[in-house]
Ligand binder design. Sequence first.
Ligand code: SF4
Length: 147
Amino acid sequence: MNEKIVIVPCSGIGKTYGTVSREAAYEVIEELRPESAQLVPLSMLVLGEENARAAVAASPAITIDGCKLACATKMVQESGGTIAQDFAVLDVFRRNRKLKPQGIAELNEGGQQLAHALAEEVAAVVDKLNGKVETGDEKLRSSAPCF
Ligand code: SF4
């Protein structure tokens, strides 16, 4: 199998949206797609750690940022990685306004559900990158005549 898709959540220490970002990333790599996604900590990229840089050089990355400063996205770019999709927690919240996150060390119920909704979106992108989801073109080709 190819290298695992890289997930880079922002560190967002002390910020609710940062916690949502990290919780979503953990759910993807530990529960939803452990076989096809791996987490690369932002702090390791910031430090220029060799394995972290090699991982983002080898696979497309999905970044998750807790605010518009987009630290995860910027750091992957600065590390020479390719970003397949960048998620912003605020955008996911806008799509799920009922799920109002609160808490920092520990998220409230709304925050946990928001992290789960985000994790599902990230997992769908992982599948797409791994070719597990047919694109419109593929559907068209598979229904084309055999001549
Ligand atoms: S993107 Fe925002 S919340 Fe995340 S680490 Fe950067 S400043 Fe903090």
